[in-house]
Design a protein around this ligand. Structure first.
Ligand code: NAP
Length: 246
């Protein structure tokens, strides 16, 4: 079955190119665009080279638009195999000491709250083994910002944007940990399965998906199974999509 992917902010830039390449791989691509006309133009161009490209009108900062997009995708496609939270804005940044709070709110709305809201809304549609990709930036890395030899450390004037991406990184990591915990913690929802025949490809299942090797212990939560963790580190276990994967 063809895989279905929704890319937000896909009418131009990185989102458009992502949509173009995924469509070229034969996937059904849902082009998220807040402006219908801009979205239609992008879909038209994409259809010159690939079939299976559809418009989904979606403003990631508008709760009604997100709800309508969810209904639209549910009705037309019934499932999603991947969600690419690409839409974002990069303007209105300043030095930390001068950053306007109004501009900071706008940046956080688009670059953090939007992806969170879209992800939360579409989780029920994300099928077994589905991927969530949050498009971040090296400017969001606190490690690079703290490294005086990194050029990222010199870009203080982009504080508002950088902070919004740092917060997006936190969401990405915490969500991955939560979903992993849910997969391995729910009765009848096996998250870790023994499998000698294959190893998880690092690019596909590694850092972006789970962030840490070890799941943190939640207060009141289940104690991690040390035997399973040891086996996983030795590569004898691979993570498998759960039937109730979200
Ligand atoms: N360009 C870079 O060098 C770079 C580097 C690292 C990370 N990134 C990240 O990559 C992503 C795409 O960047 P880009 O350079 O391709 O930017 P871009 O060319 O400005 O495209 C941004 C896209 O996001 C859409 N968008 C903005 N706000 C939206 C909203 N509220 N609802 C729905 N769509 C919205 C825009 O729609 P409209 O056309 O309607 O405005 C556009 O389609 C962003 O998350 C950005 O932070 C970019």
């Amino acid at each position: 079955m063809k895989q279905t992917v929704l890319v937000t902010g896909a009418n131009k830039g990185i989102g458009y190119e992502t949509a173009r390449q995924l469509a070229g791989l034969g996937m059904t691509v849902l082009v998220g665009a807040r402006d219908r006309e801009r979205g239609e133009r992008a879909v038209e161009r994409l259809r010159e080279r690939a079939s299976g490209v559809h418009l989904v009108q979606l403003d990631i900062t508008d709760a009604k638009s997100i709800a309508a997009a969810f209904e639209d995708v549910s009705a037309r496609f019934g499932r999603l195999d991947a969600l690419v939270n690409n839409a974002g804005i990069g303007n209105a940044s300043d030095l930390p000491s001068k950053q306007s709070l109004a501009d900071m709110r706008t940046l956080l709305e688009a670059n953090l709250l939007g992806p969170i809201a879209v992800t939360q809304a579409f989780l029920p549609l994300l099928a077994t083994g589905a991927r969530i990709v949050n498009v971040s930036s090296s400017l969001g890395s606190l490690g690079l910002a703290a490294d005086p030899t990194s050029r990222i450390a010199a870009w203080n004037a982009l504080f508002g944007y950088s902070a919004s991406k740092t917060a997006l990184n936190a969401f990405t990591l915490r969500l991955a940990l939560e979903l992993r915990e849910r997969r391995s913690g729910e009765p009848g929802v096996p998250g870790l399965r023994r499998d000698r025949s294959e190893r998880a490809p690092r690019a596909a299942h590694g850092r972006a998906r789970c962030g840490h090797r070890r799941a943190p212990r939640q207060s009141g939560g289940r104690r991690p199974d040390r035997r399973l963790l040891r086996r996983r580190r030795r590569g004898r276990l691979v993570e498998r999509p759960s039937p109730a994967a979200t």
